[in-house]
Design a protein around this ligand. Structure first.
Ligand code: SF4
Length: 339
């Protein structure tokens, strides 16, 4: 198949994400002839977006911002893998190696924030990509988006695994002075084996926790999300306790957690990864994940144990965790499946 000059013969105009989807549908990701390859071996395709603010349903927030699509951190459990499938990109390697960069993102966001119909609602940043993955150092779309939010005095919360967030503490601290500004650092575990296995492209967990310390010291409400707890990899009592202690030691203001869920492209990717790397775990996973979520009892045991450990180390649960009371267990115990 010949290349696809049509999309890229438009002077400096970038294709839209829909154009990219059509191109990939016709010729595969190799048809993205303009995608630039950088030192990390990922290919970066600049695109034009029509909107920056994205409305979502069924979440604790209504609006999200994601300046990139795909993520070179490549966590095997990442629920955003399934979004890549919408563009005919696969949820496996291409999720972590073909990154769409929304080149005009900040200009579009600035216009949207200025609309009379916008009433300064809370915005969740980085819900379907990591807005501080390495390429942010080059494009600075996240930094410039926070600048736009600061100018608009708009409340926000940001989730990331990227210690690069510390670079933007000046803006975050300024926003925190005038409205809600929360950073959720994702550190599912401090266990080195689990980290290397499950999150191959991320910074070391302790580096992320040091970033938490720096942000808290800068006056920014910063906590840690142990999302997700992955059964058999990070769910043992010992690993949970070491992680919670490390989170407390680094001064996090709060700590939330969730057990991994699996659906669509993420399920396919994760089960393929397990079959390839840990075949002995496949039968247990097939039993535990007959549905999207692990069984209620299992999740309650994990959350109950975490609640006890949080109390032991003086950590506040994340606010929304208060909304889902789980009977506390008197002492941390090992959960079912001996995981
Ligand atoms: S850092 Fe976040 S967005 Fe990136 S792969 Fe991991 S879970 Fe997904």
């Amino acid at each position: 198949m010949s290349s696809f000059p049509l999309l890229f013969d438009l002077g400096t105009a970038k294709p839209t994400t829909r154009d990219v989807a059509n191109t990939v549908k016709a010729g595969g990701s190799h048809a993205l002839t303009e995608a630039e390859r950088r030192a990390d071996q990922a290919r970066y395709q600049e695109v034009t977006c029509r909107s920056a603010l994205n409305r979502v349903k069924g979440m604790p927030f209504e609006w999200t911002l994601n300046p990139y699509r795909g993520c070179t951190h490549g966590c095997h459990y990442c629920y955003a893998r399934r979004y890549h499938v919408q563009f005919e990109l696969n949820a496996d390697d291409e999720f972590a190696s073909v990154i769409l960069v929304k080149k005009n993102f900040v200009e579009v966001l600035t216009r949207e924030l200025a609309r009379p119909s916008w009433h300064g609602e809370y915005i969740a940043v980085g819900t379907a990509t990591d807005c501080y993955q390495p390429i942010e150092g080059h494009y600075k779309l996240t930094r410039r988006s926070i600048e736009a939010l600061l100018r608009a005095r708009n409340p926000m919360g940001l989730v990331t695994k990227g210690p690069m967030v510390v670079r933007d503490r000046d803006l975050l601290a300024a926003l925190a002075q005038i409205t809600t500004c929360t950073v959720y650092m994702s550190v599912p575990t401090v266990d080195e084996d689990a980290w290397r296995t499950l999150e191959p492209g991320t910074a070391h967990p302790l580096q992320r926790l040091r970033a938490v310390r720096e942000l808290v010291d800068a006056g920014i409400n910063t906590g840690v999300l142990m999302n997700p707890i992955v059964p058999g990899f990070s769910s043992s009592r010992d690993k949970l306790e070491r992680t919670i202690k490390a989170i407390a030691d680094h001064g996090a203001r709060f700590c939330g957690c969730n057990v991994m869920f699996l659906e669509d492209g993420t399920r396919t990717h994760f089960m393929t990864f397990l079959a390839r790397e840990f075949p002995s775990l496949v039968p247990r996973y097939e039993k535990l994940y007959q549905r999207k979520y692990a069984p209620d009892d299992y999740r309650k045991q994990i959350k109950g144990m975490i609640r006890v450990l949080q109390e032991r180390y003086g950590l506040q649960p994340r606010e929304s965790d208060h909304d889902q009371p789980i009977a506390a267990t008197p002492e941390p115990v090992q959960v079912g499946f001996a995981w």
